[in-house]
Design a protein around this ligand. Structure first.
Ligand SMILES: Nc1nc2c(ncn2[C@@H]2O[C@H](COP(=O)(O)OP(=O)(O)OP(=O)(O)O)[C@@H](O)[C@H]2O)c(=O)[nH]1
Ligand SMILES: [Mg+2]
Length: 610
């Protein structure tokens, strides 16, 4: 296997990044040092929520896990592409929709795998046994209850914390597999979207891609199976896919790579350099390596620095507050503390008042959705019954009655899908918009409460409160993915006991009556499910956004509470004790300030390397 060309061969890019003055490991270490210094001071000061916020920055940075997922429609060659990236035929591939569970591939000294089950157990298996757990063939309808599979491969980039994720293809008849993929979307750091030219990229793929782009920061597009395209048609095929995607996503900066994963994989096996260069794979894997080595690390460290500085500034405020209070006469401090306690109470009240406003807005949005669902369903049912009746009348003479029943059932299933799908799409857009509208105003109002409070505190206690930048406060898109409400299957709804001997008009009447009852009652149940799903997703979306903002506000409130508590203890003490406390606080302040300076200059240095 020509592993020099695979994901394993990082030396070339790595040396290039060192040449450009990028020493990510060094920065990461320095950043971790600064953060742990800040954390120690936060612990000494008793700022628990601050210390734990800093700790989670440390943990994220130290155990850097970068999820690079491969996504797309079924059978586009996702698993084959991962095998090519690894230079190893480790994942099962095939001609039928195959991958049915999320498979994470991370570093291990030897190639092996672990399967996790719904009951919480897990077992170790060899890579050759993967097919019996991860595929529709070996594990139909996930009868073995597998939740996830972890594969370990000895590979340099994986060793550095990249986790490759193979996902089930979207859009196959295996609904559960598609849902597994959707649920994984929010965890992804970067994605490779795999599509092809034959058949050309579909509407469903475009919709999925655009949804992905809203959640995932970086998306590479791979146009796979180019070996199947006639050489003369290649430029046109690429231009077509590029323009369809660019138009839909309204962007000119697409990273699109036409290639053949299969050729690449074969070339590794046969050590055939010509085949490899014809596969178009090298350009893609080089770009990917460059991204993972340079941009990924930079993004990770920069974001840790930014979060670290923000928390450290809050810590400085806590120290400053205590220093200020130590210098002030006791009666003045007492007055301010009484004010502060009341102010904290007022902030908490304002937040709970907001709860009612938000609940009312959600209720309004749900009512609007309910009206829309009912009016659509009421419109659909008669139209559906008409279509079915026409179909039954026209097909009746064309086939035997025994063949007629399954054909009608198939027709009903397809017609329901056709009629209901546009409503589902509308509802989805509607839901995203409602969540956005409500969370946007929620964000603004919480932000205002927070800023007012910080300004007031700063004024009363005469300290400099670090100001929040809008981008610090605004919410990273909290998108909520749940099971899509399933469309039903009408197989078996027409009872075979309708006697075939009945004369045609009577037979048709009995059959249509039966169909009408079933369709009406199923659509009624269905609209109930849609209503429930809509309300649940809306409320859950709001809850996520709210808890994220409240957690940030909690830090400010905690700082103030802590300052009050420690001064209350100090005010009983003798002057010399106050002096030594003063000295201690000044030292802590200097060490935090120094850590912030280190982080700031690191940030400038990293920025300069860009
Ligand atoms: N000709 C050609 N065939 C390919 C290429 N990549 C994959 N295939 C074939 O396409 C079929 C599907 O490949 P998989 O890798 O299993 O596809 P997948 O996207 O993982 O499929 P699901 O797991 O079902 O979603 C297999 O028979 C592969 O051998 C390619 O570049 N060229
Ligand atoms: Mg697959």
């Amino acid at each position: 296997m020509a592993s020099c060309r695979t994901f394993n061969s990082i030396s070339e890019s790595a040396s290039r990044s060192i040449e450009r003055g990028i020493d990510l490991d060094g920065w990461k270490g320095a950043c971790l040092d600064a953060l742990s210094d800040i954390k120690k001071v936060a612990e000494r000061m008793g700022g628990n929520s601050l210390a734990s916020a800093i700790n989670s920055i440390i943990v994220d940075l130290r155990d850097e896990r970068f999820y690079l997922a491969v996504l797309g429609s079924f059978k586009r060659g996702k698993s084959t592409l991962i095998n090519a990236l690894l230079g190893l035929e480790v994942l099962p591939t095939g001609i039928l929709p195959l991958t049915s569970v999320i498979t994470r591939i991370s570093f291990g000294k030897e190639t092996q795998a672990r399967v996790f089950f719904e009951d919480g157990n897990s077992i170790e298996i060899s890579a050759s046994e993967l097919e019996s757990f991860t595929t529709e063939k070996g594990n139909p309808n996930n009868e073995k209850g597998v939740t996830e599979v972890q594969v370990y491969v000895n590979n340099e980039l994986l060793r550095q914390g990249v986790v490759l994720v193979d996902t089930p293809g979207i859009g196959s008849v295996h609904v559960q597999s598609t849902q597994n993929t959707y649920r994984f979307l929010p965890k992804i750091d970067a994605a490779i979207f795999v599509t092809g030219v034959d058949p050309p990229i579909s509407n469903e793929e475009i919709n999925f891609l655009s949804e992905m782009c809203q959640t995932v920061n970086k998306v590479f597009i791979v146009l796979n199976k180019m070996d199947l395209v006639d050489e003369r048609d290649i430029p046109q095929a690429i231009a077509y896919t590029r323009s369809v995607i660019a138009n839909f996503l309204n962007t000119n900066s697409l990273e699109l790579y036409p290639l053949s994963s299969k050729l690449a994989l074969l070339s590794f096996r046969d050590r055939d350099k010509l085949k490899l260069s014809n596969s178009g794979f090298i350009e893609f894997s080089n770009r990917l390596k460059e991204f993972l080595l340079n941009e990924r690390g930079r993004v990770f460290v920069q974001s840790a620095i930014k979060k670290g500085i923000r928390n450290a500034s809050d810590l400085l405020t806590l120290i400053d507050l205590q220093l200020k209070m130590l210098q002030q006469p006791i009666n003045e401090i007492q007055e301010k503390m009484t004010w502060l306690k009341k102010e904290i109470e007022r902030v908490n009240n304002r937040i709970s008042e907001l709860d009612h406003v938000i609940a009312a807005r959600c209720e309004q949005a749900v009512k609007k959705a309910e009206a829309m669902i009912s009016s659509h369903i009421n419109e659909i049912v008669p139209r559906l019954l008409d279509r079915i009746s026409n179909y039954v009348n026209s097909e009746f003479l064309k086939c035997k009655k025994k063949d007629l029943v399954p054909r009608i059932e198939k027709f009903i299933t397809e017609s329901v899908e056709q009629e209901v799908r546009p409503i589902l799409n509308r509802l989805e857009l509607d839901l995203q918009k409602a969540i956005q509208d409500i969370t946007f105003s929620l964000e603004r109002e919480l932000e205002k409460i927070h800023t007012d409070f910080r300004e007031e505190v700063g004024r009363i206690f005469q300290v400099q409160m670090p100001s929040y930048q809008e981008s610090d406060f605004s919410i990273c898109k909290s998108r909520v993915y749940f099971d899509e409400v399933r469309l039903f299957d009408y197989e078996g709804i027409i009872p075979l006991e309708i006697p075939y001997v009945l004369p045609k008009p009577l037979y048709i009447r009995v059959l249509l009556k039966r169909v009408s009852n079933v369709v009406t009652s199923e659509m009624d149940k269905y609209s109930g499910k849609l209503r429930y799903d809509y309300a649940y997703r809306l409320n859950e979306g709001i809850r996520l956004v709210k808890s994220e903002i409240i957690a940030r506000m909690q830090i400010t409130l905690d700082i103030m509470r802590k300052a009050v508590e420690s001064i209350e203890i100090m005010k009983e003490k003798a002057q010399f004790e106050k002096n030594s406390k003063f000295k201690e606080l000044a030292e802590l302040r200097a060490s935090v300030k120094e850590a912030i300076d280190r982080l700031n200059s690191m940030s400038v240095e990293i920025g300069a390397g860009e």
